[in-house]
Design a protein around this ligand. Sequence first.
Ligand code: HEC
Length: 242
Amino acid sequence: MSGDLKWNKILGAGLATVFVILVVREGTAFIYHNEAPEKMGYLVNAPEEAAGGAAEVVLPPDWGTVLPIADLAAGEAAFARCKSCHTVDAGGPNGIGPNLNGIAGRATASHAGFAYSDAMKAHAGTNPTWTLDELDLFITAPGRHVPGTKMSFAGIRDTATRVNLIAWLRSQGSAGMAIPAPDPARQPGAAPAAPVEGAEAAGAENGGQTGGAPVTGAAGQPTTAATPAAPPAATSPAPPNT
Ligand code: HEC
């Protein structure tokens, strides 16, 4: 009996604490007038840096200029982030992801013995080859470039790191893939002829297309209602390497 009373007290104390916390929170919200931000925050699939403003046009790397001077050692170091899932040596086994030997110039979703996602197989229909640009877009934000991919990796937002990594990948079995000539249209200051394919998808993703479940709704209320709107293609769990 007295035991029951003791638990009542403990429970009561707990509830009182929660009540006080709520009062303080609501109180401060009232005092500081918590206005809903103009632009809502979303969990973007690219944690390293916030995606550039939607209006910002990002030129694709000018491979003919950047590849010959890329830092291969830095590229190899960057591959450390891929190693948990990929081997790159010729004839290396598939892991969580396919072996990446000769990936630059290799046919998309073509490595023997690897079960690609439907998303990647569909992507191969429109993008049959891992060109330098394709690799760059995919590594920048895998889930954005190939929505539904089972590569659960957040992406590398830093262009220099990606360029070094792609240069190093090219040295792993893709040496036959010619480096394109420098392209003035891709050099800084050039008026972009055509926006990078996929660049506009960033904006769409911010609308919650890809794993972009809103963090909070208006006035910080958790938005339970918003989540079922996400597409069924379950984007991967938390990215392991960020
Ligand atoms: C958590 C595991 C994981 C990590 C880390 C990872 N990948 Fe992947 N990767 C995968 C999986 C799984 C696939 C297959 C994707 C699919 O079928 O949708 C894949 C596919 C790919 C493909 C397409 C291969 C093909 O044959 O079409 C490339 C290119 C690639 N990854 C590059 C990288 C690079 C570069 C890194 C490091 C920056 C990396 N991945 C990190 C798991 C991973």
